[in-house]
Design a protein around this ligand. Structure first.
Ligand SMILES: [Zn+2]
Ligand SMILES: [Zn+2]
Length: 435
């Protein structure tokens, strides 16, 4: 009996190893498809909650593989379910689908020429965060796993999520909305994995245990004055002057007013809007920005400081100032389950031999993957997509050469995508052996 059990364990172990070997063989035909999907999605990017074409492309692909698909979740989201031939847990894999209001400057043959109106402005649309790569990678993983589902232990829940970058303000969306619409209750995943491409060396996989990415809150400050002719400013109240003071003072919150020794924080202004022409002092001015923190107490302090500064500037300038936080929602800290990280890093090491490292540094970027990993253990890792040999980080040398996410020069090297396909597939194959 004991011997039989041992043989059984050995057989199942080899079955997983076999699948890894067949993936290696299949990559030769799979990767050209993944690359083609990515180029296509890259060329036709769509903003959050408007990912109709992308979503449909994924649906057609999954259904062609015989995968059951539920569509129209949180506007354009999809869930595909691959039912494995052997008993085991349900493992969720997540890719986000949305692009950004950025005008692409990469000069690539498949660069986006798409334009749209965003917050009242005519803007370009670009996959400047690399979500095109996330979608294409997961479509590739889906193809391999669906074709080998008889060998698979448990089920794989494929989550294609809209609006990671934030939905239009009055709509709601993203991971939070998919959860509100009950996807975890319906499909009951036990664990979730996801990846993000970024400007680190080609093919590198990296993970940070514990708090990995910051909490993010958008704020908006509206300044109301009294409109006047530009030639007679004394006859009005100038909201632009008040806004200039505000921006200067906001920059002292992190640098001068709070203690960031143990907990990093970032406060940025990203949008300044006022006026219509040179000789009118407008009635209103508005700024928006983002606050990144890892600690809820510190976050509250920052909110209080901003309120205080705004009240002070209002008194000093005679304007009316309104402050809003968490505009368009709030992103919690992205937390990587430490046990999951310690047990699954071998899979990542195997997926990209010699190129894996465990990071100790959290990043101030934010992710709404955090909503998923608040519900069940999650592991979110980085995939390096720099051109081979482009080792410098964005802080050195030519910033456009290894441009960071959200840059109009953000570039994903196709040769790094196979590490992404392998990493997610290995995590799926190895998880049932370890938990
Ligand atoms: Zn992004
Ligand atoms: Zn992103």
């Amino acid at each position: 009996m004991k011997k039989f059990l041992l043989i059984l364990i050995a057989v199942t172990f080899y079955a997983q190893a076999d699948l890894k070997i067949s993936l290696e063989e299949e990559l030769e035909t799979l990767m050209p498809k993944v690359i083609e999907w990515r180029h296509d999605i890259h060329q036709y990017p769509e903003l959050g909650n408007r990912e109709f074409r992308t979503s449909n492309k994924i649906k057609v692909h999954l259904e062609s593989l015989g995968i059951e698909v539920e569509s129209g979740i949180a506007y354009t989201g999809l869930v595909g379910m691959i039912k494995g031939g052997k008993p085991g847990p349900t493992i969720a894999l997540r890719a986000d689908m949305d692009a950004l209001p950025v005008e692409e400057k990469t000069g690539l043959p498949f660069a986006s020429k798409v334009r749209t109106t965003y917050l009242g402005n005519d803007v370009g649309v670009m996959h400047a965060c690399g979500h095109d790569a996330h979608v294409a990678i997961l479509m590739g993983v889906a193809e391999f796993l669906a074709k080998n589902k008889e060998e698979l232990k448990g089920n794989v829940m494929l989550i294609f999520q809209p609006a990671e970058e934030g939905p239009p303000e009055d709509e709601g969306g993203g991971a939070k909305m998919m959860l509100q619409e009950g996807i975890f209750e319906r499909y009951k995943p036990e664990v979730i994995f996801g990846l993000h491409v970024t400007n680190i060396p080609n093919g590198v996989l990296s993970v940070k245990s514990g708090p990995a990415m910051a909490a993010a809150s958008a704020y908006r400050i509206t300044v109301k004055g009294v409109q006047a002719h530009g030639s007679t400013p004394w006859s009005g109240i100038d909201p632009i002057m008040a806004t200039a003071q505000l921006i200067e003072s906001l920059n002292t919150v992190v640098s001068r007013r709070i203690n960031i020794i143990n907990n990093p924080a970032v406060l940025s202004v990203g949008l300044v809007q006022a006026g219509t022409r040179n000789n009118i002092i407008p009635e209103e001015s508005m700024i928006m920005g983002t606050i990144r923190t890892f600690d809820p107490v510190l976050r509250k302090e920052i909110y209080d400081e901003i309120e205080q500064i705004a009240a002070g500037v209002a008194v000093g300038t005679g304007t009316e100032i309104k402050v809003e936080f968490d505009v368009g929602g709030f992103y919690p800290v992205t937390f990587n389950n430490p046990e999951l990280v310690s047990k699954m890093t071998d899979s990542l090491k195997q997926a990209s031999p010699g190129k894996f490292y465990e990071s100790n540094t959290p990043v101030t970027g934010a992710e709404d993957f955090s909503y998923f990993s608040q519900e069940i253990p999650g592991l979110y890792f980085w995939l390096g997509i720099n051109k081979p040999g482009a080792e410098a980080s964005a802080n050195f040398g030519d910033k456009t050469e290894v441009a960071g996410n959200h840059s109009p020069y953000f570039y994903v090297d196709d040769s790094a995508l196979d590490e992404g396909v392998k990493a997610l597939t290995y995590l799926v194959l190895d998880y049932p052996e370890k938990f």
